[in-house]
Design a protein around this ligand. Structure first.
Ligand SMILES: *Cc1c(COP(=O)(O)O)cnc(C)c1O
Length: 482
């Protein structure tokens, strides 16, 4: 267990320890990471840093102490609103990220139902299974029941199945623009119709797409309507720290009218410390992320975002064409924007083992997240990839060849079991015991590659066991070093 150093250190030592610590972190500036970081290039990046630093200590908790931050926040919310056809009645807030925006929208729906749907006993929401886990988190925190509806063959929300799931307790429907796993936009016009018909709320999760799809559409690409133009959409979440290319900690939640937003606010007027009111989940709010979001939007303007999106879409189209022409793999579905995934191409037999392919790419320094149901590799294409696409394709071809040679499917199921041994090094003892029970006897060899682990995870008997395993893993992860 680490304790506070007894003695003061010096500045140079601390800074060099920081530098050393990040040595094993993924390198995102060279466009080899396809998630987590959105890099707009050095010029914009340095502007963000300067803006962030200027408001580094300021606190968005008290807008009367910092009218600057209040103005930035109101500006950012209106700028996003104008991109998303918000009516004059609309209102919103800046939040710390997509998760907070979604938590607030779900909480607001619950509070709305309390007033407007007194018949609701236990509030429920209906979401496509592709919707972001933040909705499940919100339901878990705020006591809503969630119905996960399987998506259609094109990975989009199945509107008919969602309507079928509506009952007297339903307060909220969700669609995404786009959904994260395959990057396709849900049919929000149709969802809007059923929301209106059943007099319930509809949230569009445009966390990843809200600062990208409007520009992609202006460039002439086909993008179905998803925003306030769609009758029935009552709230929208949009992350500025994704395709807005802002610093981390910047998102917006918007409502069709102020009375909905009012449900989101919290007030405790009897506190001995004074009257306390706060718009969102957080108390103290980092001034830097609010200022940096404002700065990058002012700097780029429509012209700047169009230019970035033009280049990124050209990269996306190029990658799609190349990837679809490679044997055994393809782009899943027909994504509208700059988010997509690589899956096995079953039109040519079994297709490639996608997790193995991911590991072969990882060996070559490429970081792509692995997805399940179906197995796929995720690509959030952004400005950083406009210069790395050729190198990626070259390594993808090599990785593909190696994956085919490895021929995972010829190895016996023992390999999966054997990997459990490798896991023993990471997981605490009781989790490993559980795993062993699930897997029966363990083999001898220990494959190092995580493809096997995913295969094994996929073969675990029940979902509950997997949840426990992940909880154990998180617990272990956030336990201090000995
Ligand atoms: C990223 C994302 C979220 C969650 O946002 P965070 O900023 O990671 O909290 C929600 N929905 C979608 C579609 C996303 O891509």
């Amino acid at each position: 267990m680490a304790s506070l150093p007894r003695k003061k250190s010096n500045r140079a030592n601390v800074l060099s320890a920081l530098k050393k610590a990040r040595g094993k972190d993924v390198n995102w500036k060279d466009g080899k990471v396809f998630s987590l970081v959105f890099y707009p290039g050095e010029e914009i990046y340095s502007l963000l840093q300067e803006a962030y630093q200027m408001f580094f200590s300021e606190n968005g908790l008290n807008p009367s102490a910092f009218p600057s931050l209040r103005q930035f926040e109101n500006d950012v919310v209106s700028m996003v609103g104008s991109l998303l056809h918000a009516p004059r009645t609309a209102a919103g807030s800046m939040t710390s990220g997509g998760t907070e925006s979604i938590l607030l929208a779900v909480y607001t729906a619950r509070e709305w139902a309390r007033e407007h749907r007194p018949g609701v006993r236990q509030p429920e929401m209906i979401i496509p299974e592709s919707a972001h886990p933040a909705f499940d988190k919100a339901a878990h925190y705020f006591g809503l029941k969630v119905h996960h509806i399987p998506v259609a063959a094109d990975f989009r929300a199945d509107v008919k199945a969602m309507e079928k799931a509506i009952n007297n307790n339903t307060v909220l429907l969700v669609g995404s623009a786009p959904q994260y796993p395959q990057g396709v936009v849900d049919p929000l016009r149709e969802l809007g119709q059923i929301a209106l018909k059943h007099k319930i709320l509809l949230h569009t999760d445009a966390c990843v797409g809200g600062m990208m799809l409007p520009f992609v559409k202006k460039l002439g690409y086909r993008v179905p309507d998803f925003d306030f133009k769609v009758p029935g959409v009552t709230s929208i979440s949009v992350d500025i720290h994704k395709y807005g290319y802002a610093a981390k900690g910047a998102s917006v939640v918007l409502y069709r009218n102020r009375s909905l937003r009012r449900k989101q606010f919290f007030v405790h007027s009897g506190w001995t410390g004074g009257i306390y009111g706060s718009p969102g989940v957080l108390g103290t709010r980092a001034g830097g992320s609010i200022a940096a979001a404002w700065a990058v939007m002012q700097y780029l303007g429509e012209e700047g975002y169009l230019k970035i999106n033009r280049e990124v879409m050209q990269t996306v189209e190029w990658l799609r064409k190349k990837i679809d022409s490679l044997p055994g793999i393809c782009i899943l579905g027909n994504p509208e924007g700059t988010v997509m995934s690589i899956g096995p191409d079953h039109s040519q037999g079994e297709g490639v083992d996608i997790y193995q392919l991911g590991d072969e790419l990882a060996v070559r320094g490429w970081h792509l997240d692995k997805q399940q149901n179906p197995a796929s590799l995720h690509l959030t294409v952004n400005y950083a990839h406009t210069t790395s696409k050729e190198a990626f394709l070259a390594d993808l071809k090599i990785a593909l060849k190696r994956t085919q040679k490895w021929n995972w499917h010829k190895l016996s199921a023992n390999v999966q079991i054997a990997l459990a041994r490798g896991l023993a090094g990471i997981l605490p003892a009781e989790a490993f015991a559980r795993l062993s029970r699930a897997q029966g006897k363990l083999g001898k060899s220990v494959p190092r590659r995580s493809a096997a682990m995913y295969g094994m995870m996929g073969s675990l008997p029940r979902e509950g066991d997997l949840d426990e395993l992940v909880l154990d893993f998180l617990d272990k992860l956030y336990t201090p070093r000995k």
